[in-house]
Write a protein that binds this ligand. Structure first.
Ligand code: PLP
Length: 285
């Protein structure tokens, strides 16, 4: 996991260099994606590339690569890093200007494009046996959380607040509602049905969220996409966080609150089992 890709060239990660005038560095003016790789094959790549195009469009940053170029760059990066299970990270920033100025450069600069791979680390075994812990943190992020932007300071602060409280992930809340994690989508299970906040400017439209909702359809489980009051923590049977690199993570403790019976639940078990079958199946076809 040492070969990276920068502006069209593969190179050792340690040799990758960008300008300090890059707008990604100065302003967090960029968009990113994270795609999981199972057995050398990307999972849900087209959905990630769709979301990339959406995010780029929302900040008026042109996509410097075609779909075919993204696919082939990612395939080569995965191969150069030894195949198997990986997570591929890639980002596009608005490039290096001649000076620091907030407004977008005119004419357009050449965007800076970067990609790297990391090992796809399996979740700690205690998540499946005992469940993970979450810590409630007020959501202070901007009102365009639907854009997958590289400016992640509020997310980083929330994650660190969770760690400082001895928890694994932050559970963001705003105006009395549960929103999502610092880097994961929120699901509750209540009376056998899945509940998750609706898409919109206050959450990232998670790819795993769509995968889980489609799974629910196939498994005959009802899904309700609706705002979730914080009081739901007391009434729900299960709470999960989902993401591309962590799949479905069961949470059994939120600060002092025990979720359900305090063990990862049967609905989680069924969904995680089915998801892991699909990641391998889809990726090997
Ligand atoms: N919510 C936030 C804020 C995220 O950063 C992420 C992913 O990193 C997610 C949700 C989950 O999205 P996905 O399932 O596409 O990985």
């Amino acid at each position: 996991h040492e070969t990276a890709w920068l502006n069209g060239e593969f190179l050792p990660l340690q040799e990758a260099r960008i300008s300090p005038l890059d707008r990604g560095f100065l302003f967090g003016d960029g968009i990113y994606e994270v795609v999981p790789i199972y057995d050398g094959q990307p999972f849900e790549l087209e959905a990630h590339l769709d979301r990339l195009e959406y995010s780029l469009g929302e900040i008026r940053l042109r996509n410097p690569l075609s779909r075919a170029q993204w696919r082939s760059m990612i395939a080569e990066l995965v191969e150069r890093n030894g195949g198997g299970d990986q997570t591929v990270y890639f980002q596009i920033t608005r490039g290096a200007d001649s000076q620091r100025d907030h407004g977008f450069p005119d004419p357009d600069l050449a965007p800076t494009c970067f990609a790297m791979s990391s090992p796809l680390a399996p979740a700690p075994a205690r998540f499946a046996s005992d469940g993970a812990r979450a810590h409630l943190v007020e959501d202070i992020r901007w009102r365009r959380c639907d854009i997958k932007a590289t400016g992640l300071l509020a997310n980083a602060m929330a994650k660190q607040a969770a760690r400082d409280a001895g928890a694994d992930e932050a559970l963001l809340h705003r105006d009395g509602q549960l929103i999502e994690g610092s880097s994961m989508t929120l699901f509750l299970v209540e009376n056998g049905a899945l509940l998750t906040p609706p898409k919109g400017p206050s959450i990232l439209p998670g790819i795993t969220r769509d995968v889980v909702i489609n799974l629910a359809r196939d498994l005959g489980v009802a899904v309700e996409e609706a705002p979730l009051a914080m009081t739901r923590l007391q009434s729900c049977d299960e709470l999960w966080f989902t993401s591309s690199s962590r799949e479905i993570m069961p949470v059994t403790q939120v600060d002092g609150i025990t979720i359900g019976d305090g063990r990862p639940g049967p609905v989680w078990q069924r969904f995680q089992q089915t998801l892991s079958e699909r990641t391998r199946v889809q990726s090997s076809t």
